[in-house]
Every structure is written in C-alpha cells, then in structure tokens.
Design a binder for this molecule. Sequence first.
Ligand SMILES: [Zn+2]
Length: 370
Amino acid sequence: MVKMLISSLTLVVLSLSAVTAQNTPIVVSDYPTPNEIPPTNTPQVLEWLKEIGDLSGAPNIPLHTGNPPSCPNPPIKDECYWTCDGCAADDITACAAANTWGLTFDDGPSTATPTLLNFLKTEKLSATFFLIGSNVIQYPDTVKRELAEGHHLASHTWSHHALTTLTNEQIVAEMKWTEKAVLAATGLKLKYMRPPYGDINNRVRFVLKKMGYIPVDWTGDQFDTNDWKMPSITEAAVIATFTKSLDTYVAGNKTQGFYCLEHDLNNNTVSAAQKLIPLGLARKINIANVAVCQSDATPYQAGGTAPMPAVSGLTPSPSAPAGAKATGSTSGNVSQPTIAGKSSGAESTAVSKGLFSAVAALAVIGAIFA
Ligand SMILES: [Zn+2]
C-alpha cells in the first residue's frame, strides 16, 4: 500500500487523549430524563443558576414555538436569528484554516458511532463530536473512546430541543447537564457547542456566553450534507449534492475552510460519512476538527489542552486567533452558491454569509490514505 501525503503534511493526530482526565462513574438515575428538557427547579440546576449569576441582561426576545420553530413573521428586530435571517453574530461559521474541511458529527454517541470511529482511525482523521447529553449517559464508553482516539468533544445540548424555544433557565439546564455528563465520562469541561437545528439568536447567545460556550454553526446550506434526511432521500443523492458543493469550494479561492453538517446518528449517516470523506481527500482538502480549525490549543474550559502541531503550507495569521469568528461580511469572497431557505428535520439549514477576511491558522491534520 502506497501512502500519499496530502498537503505535504506530516501525519498529526491531536493528542487530546493526553489530557489528565478524571473519570467518575455515570449513574443514570442521577441525571434528568433522557431526551426531555430538564426541570429548572432542582437543587442542582438552582446551584448552577446561582453560579452563573444574573441573566436579566439577556435580550428580551419572545420564545419561539415548535421544534424546530418557524421563522417569526414579521421578523423580530435585532434578534439575529441564524436559521431565519443568516445572522451569525459572533458564532463560528467557518473553519479558520485555508482549504480545510472542519469535520463535525452531531447527535451522538449512538450505536453507529463505533463504526465511524473505526473508519476515522483507519483514515487517521480527527473530528469534533457535538454530543447529546442524553446519549452521553447511555454510551459513556464511546465518548471515552472518542477522546482516546484523538477526537475533540463538544456539546449539542441535553435533549436536542430548539434553544430559541426554551427559557434562559432551561438553556442553562440543557447545557450544564450535558457538561456534567461529559465531565464525568472524561474529566473535560466542554467549551464549544452547536445549537440543535442551528437554532440560535441573540438571547440564546447571551446565555451560552454566560456559561463560557462558543457556538459553532456550519458554513451555509451547501455544507449541510443532508445525511439526516436519509432514508427519505437516497445516499446517492446525498453524495451527488455534496460532491457539487465540494467542487464549487475547490474552484474558489479556499482562503478559509468550511464546517459541514454530518451526523453519527444512525447506520445511514455513518455509511454516508465513509463515502463523503474520501471525496474531500481526493480533492486534497485538509480535514481537521474544530480545535485545529480555530487554532485553539485549549479547546475545553477545563481539564485538557490540545497540542497544536506546526503545519507547513499554511501561514499562521495573528488576525485569526483561537475562537476566530465570522463577521457576517462577505469579504472572503469564497465562490460558493448561496442557497436561501430553511429545512426542517434533524437539523434545519441556514444561510451563513459569514466569511473570514484573513487566512487563518496553522494546524491541520495531515491525511494519509492508501
Ligand atoms: Zn442535531
């Protein structure tokens, strides 16, 4: 087997497993009912609310209804509602490294996750897993394996409800119970999160920021793989559509990377992932997790660091520090189709216009394939 080096990078796998994790056994009965919005009047949540402090400064935006909700009509002034108006505020919407696919998987862990981990191990790739807390307490060993195999962990809430429909206190409960579960499984306090359905507005952002969380959306509709629509749509359709997105990206200036939406939700989505990733590798697109994309050597609020490998071929940019964010401008001018509209399903899609003006970052995982 001849091994090819992509982008003349030495193979680097993030040593996230090098963290000094302190595991404690997870007792399921200590946690809220899985897949339900946790109550906010329990001693534990009240303690968290006290720690977090005053939330009264949150923008006074009415709660939406539905899961995911419909877009308000008329729009609410200054809401900055990503799924409806494409407004991302300071959310991260694109991988800050040039020519790089920010590889992320949402909704796990599930029984399909180990198959995906086997594949990523073979391909020597590292992803960010946006974990659902309810699933973490069911499959803590899978989360431990993700960490041990060099992946980056992040939050996707406790019950996968649309956050703009929840009260500030419910958002706290959703995030903190997930945080507690992952902390128990791995010793790591999560720092990055992806809102379910991409459903986020300025009120949600305010509450997330109070807890130290950085939202990571995805780079527009064209990077929603639509894997979550299977089996309503075929795998062939998923592959065909995403191939076009990749080709459009490759034809552009590639000064910044992208985040796509994929899921380790079930066998269908994991099967699709194993066919989509080689499409990126074949186009010599680097593949990296969020920590690497954002050059964040401390991708957890506590408990661990991610050593950042030096990478040739990319110029570190002081203007794109860790947590680099989209600006909502289009100064990056990546030639990608902008598809308006909104879907409903496992994740709604959104138009993300935010593009970085600066070439960012450094570390990229070198992908080797046979
Ligand atoms: Zn999701």
